[in-house]
Design a protein around this ligand. Structure first.
Ligand SMILES: Nc1ncnc2c1ncn2[C@@H]1O[C@H](COP(=O)(O)OP(=O)(O)OP(=O)(O)O)[C@@H](O)[C@H]1O
Length: 484
C-alpha cells in the first residue's frame, strides 16, 4: 500500500464549522486533507486530485450526500465512500450501501476516534481491493500467456512455455539463434516458429540438413555452383544461401558439417557474402541464421566437430528443447493430437485412449522424443481397429524387449514400465540378477533401440550412441553376415 503520507481524504459538508473541526482533529495524522462545501465542489476537487477516501454529509442543499456519493461511485469507483449521518433516514442509508454507492457510515455527532478508526478500515479495504485487482490481472495475464498450442507446437507444460516465450522474444529480433536438444524434440519446428514470428515470415525459410547431404556436395548445396564447376555440374545452380535471401537459413545438425567448410560458413555469417562453387564472383545476400544440433555444442567443439568461432557467431540466442519425458502430461496432449491427425490421414475412427493406456503412455520414457511418439501413434492407427485404444494395444506396440507386466483381467491400474533405452542396461540386469548379459547382447540391444528411435537413420542413431556412423554400419554388417 502507498505510504499514509500519500493518502488524500476529502470531507464534504455544507457546515464550515464541521469541516474545520475535522481538519483540526486530523492535523497530526499522516493524511492530506481536502474539504468542500457541496457535492458539486467535491466533484470538481475529484477531477483535480486522486482521492482515496471521501467522507460526505448526508443532508446538503442541492446535491444530497447520497447523490454525490452515487456520482463518485460511478466516476471514481476506486475511491472509498463514507457517509456522515444523523441516523434520521436509516432506510435511505441502507439502500445506498446495498447499491454500492456507500462503503460505510459515521454517526453524527461523531467521536474523533471513531472517524480515525473508520478511515483506517477504509484504507485497509482499499489496499485489499488493490491487491485483489493486481492478482486478478496477473492471473489473467498468466492465463493469456499460458498456451497449449504455439505455431505448430502442441504442449502446455512449463518447460514448453519457456520455449514459447524464448521464441516469441527471439523471433522478431535480428539475432542468430542456436537450438540444442535431443533428436525428435522439435528443433526444426522451433526454427520454423522463429522464422514465422519474424518480419521475414513472408520470405523463404530454407532448411538444410547437414547430416543428410554428402560432404562433397554440401558446399554446392549451400552456395550453389556454376556450370562445369565439377563433374556433374551440367548447369548453373543456386544454393540455399541465394534461395534464403531476405528470409531464414536453417542449418540443421550443424555439428555434422565438414569442419573445413565451416570456415566458409563463418565468413558467410560475418559478411553475408559467398562465392558459388567454381565462381570467383562474390555474391551478397540478407539472411538470418538459425542452427541446430543434437550434440552438446561444447563437447562438439572439444571433439573438433564444430568451430568455436562459428558457434559463438551463431549462438547469439540459445534455445534448448526439453526432452519429452520432462514435459509431464504434454505426452498425452501430443498422443491425442497425433491420434486425431493420423485417424484423419488413414481414414479411420478412433475416440481416444483408455485410462490405463494413458498411464502406460505417461510412464514410458520416450527416448526418441516427440518423433518416436508420433511414429508410435501412427503405427497404432494403421495396425489396430479402434475405436478405443486400450492398454494391451499400447503394450503390444512398445519396444518388445521391454518388460511391461501383463494387465490382470478387468484391472485398470497403472502398470510399471521399464524405461528405455538408457535404462535398458538396468532392465537387463533386473531380469535376472544372477545372470549377467554378454556385452555383445547389451550392445546390440542399445543399437537396435537407437535405430528404432531414429527411424533407422544410422547417422542420428550413431549420434545418440555417441559413436561414429561407420562403427554402426560395421556392426550392422557383421550381424547381417552372421545371420545370412
Ligand atoms: N511440440 C510438438 N507438437 C507437435 N509436433 C511436434 C512437437 N515437437 C515435435 N513435433 C513433431 O515431431 C517430429 C520431430 O520434430 P523435429 O523434426 O522438429 O525434431 P528435431 O529436434 O529437429 O529432430 P532431429 O534432431 O532428429 O532433426 C516432427 O514431425 C514434428 O512435427
Amino acid at each position: 500500500m502507498e505510504s499514509m503520507h500519500n493518502v488524500t481524504l476529502l470531507f464534504v459538508d455544507d457546515e464550515p464549522l464541521i469541516l474545520r473541526s475535522l481538519v483540526r482533529a486530523l492535523k497530526n495524522e499522516p493524511y492530506h486533507v481536502l474539504t468542500a462545501n457541496s457535492g458539486e465542489e467535491g466533484l470538481e476537487l475529484l477531477k483535480e486530485h486522486p482521492i482515496d477516501v471521501v467522507i460526505s454529509d448526508k443532508m446538503m442543499p442541492n446535491m444530497s450526500g447520497i447523490e454525490f456519493l452515487g456520482e463518485v461511485a460511478e466516476q471514481y469507483p476506486d475511491t472509498l465512500r463514507i457517509m456522515l449521518t444523523a441516523f434520521t433516514d436509516l432506510e435511505g442509508l441502507i439502500h445506498a450501501i446495498n447499491q454500492g454507492k456507500v462503503w460505510g457510515y459515521l454517526q453524527k455527532p461523531f467521536e474523533i476516534d471513531s472517524i480515525k478508526l473508520t478511515i483506517e478500515q477504509a484504507l485497509q479495504t482499499k489496499m485489499l481491493i488493490a491487491e485483489r485487482n493486481m492478482l486478478r490481472s496477473s492471473l489473467a495475464r498468466y492465463k493469456n500467456e499460458y498456451r497449449a498450442k504455439f505455431y505448430r507446437f502442441v504442449g502446455d507444460s512449463v518447460a514448453m512455455q519457456t520455449v514459447y516465450r524464448a521464441i516469441e522474444k527471439a523471433g522478431p529480433s535480428r539475432a542468430n539463434v542456436f537450438i540444442t536438444g535431443s533428436s525428435g524434440t522439435g528443433k526444426e519446428l522451433a526454427a520454423e516458429a522463429i522464422h514465422n514470428s519474424s518480419e521475414r515470415s513472408s520470405k523463404p525459410f530454407i532448411c538444410l540438413n547437414c547430416a543428410a547431404i554428402p560432404k562433397d556436395l554440401m558446399e554446392s548445396e549451400i552456395f550453389g555452383h556454376i556450370k562445369g564447376a565439377f563433374s556433374g555440374a551440367i548447369a548453373n545452380r543456386e544454393g540455399a544461401a541465394s534461395e534464403a535471401d531476405g528470409g531464414t537459413l536453417f542449418l540443421d545438425e550443424l555439428g555434422e558439417m565438414d569442419i573445413a567448410l565451416q570456415a566458409k560458413i563463418l565468413r558467410f555469417v560475418q559478411t553475408g557474402t559467398f562465392q558459388k562453387v567454381g565462381s570467383a564472383k562474390t555474391e551478397k545476400v540478407d539472411v538470418r541464421f538459425v542452427c541446430a544440433t543434437n550434440r552438446d555444442p561444447h563437447q562438439a567443439i572439444a571433439d573438433n566437430y564444430l568451430r568455436e568461432d562459428l558457434f559463438y557467431r551463431l549462438n547469439v540466442i540459445s534455445i534448448d528443447m526439453p526432452p519429452l519425458h520432462d514435459r509431464g502430461r504434454d505426452v498425452l496432449l501430443l498422443a491425442k493430437h497425433f491420434l486425431q491427425q493420423f485417424s484423419e490421414l488413414e481414414n479411420k475412427i478412433f475416440v481416444g485412449f483408455s485410462d490405463s493406456a494413458e498411464q502406460l503412455i505417461l510412464q514410458f520414457d520416450w527416448p526418441g522424443n516427440v518423433r518416436q511418439l508420433e511414429n508410435f501413434i501412427h503405427s497404432i492407427v494403421v495396425m489396430s481397429d479402434g475405436p478405443l485404444i486400450d492398454y494391451d494395444v499400447i503394450q503390444a506396440h512398445l519396444p518388445s524387449d521391454l518388460s511391461i507386466p501383463v494387465q490382470p483381467k478387468g484391472e485398470e491400474q497403472p502398470k510399471q514400465v521399464t524405461k528405455a533405452p538408457q535404462d535398458q542396461l538396468t532392465h537387463i540386469k533386473q531380469r535376472d540378477d544372477k545372470k549377467v548379459a554378454p556385452l555383445a547382447e547389451v550392445e546390440r540391444v542399445a543399437i537396435e533401440q537407437a535405430l528404432l528411435v531414429c527411424d533407422d537413420n544410422v547417422v542420428k542413431a550413431a549420434s545418440l550412441l555417441e559413436v561414429s556412423p561407420s562403427t554402426l554400419y560395421r556392426k550392422i554388417q557383421q550381424w547381417s553376415e552372421a545371420t545370412s
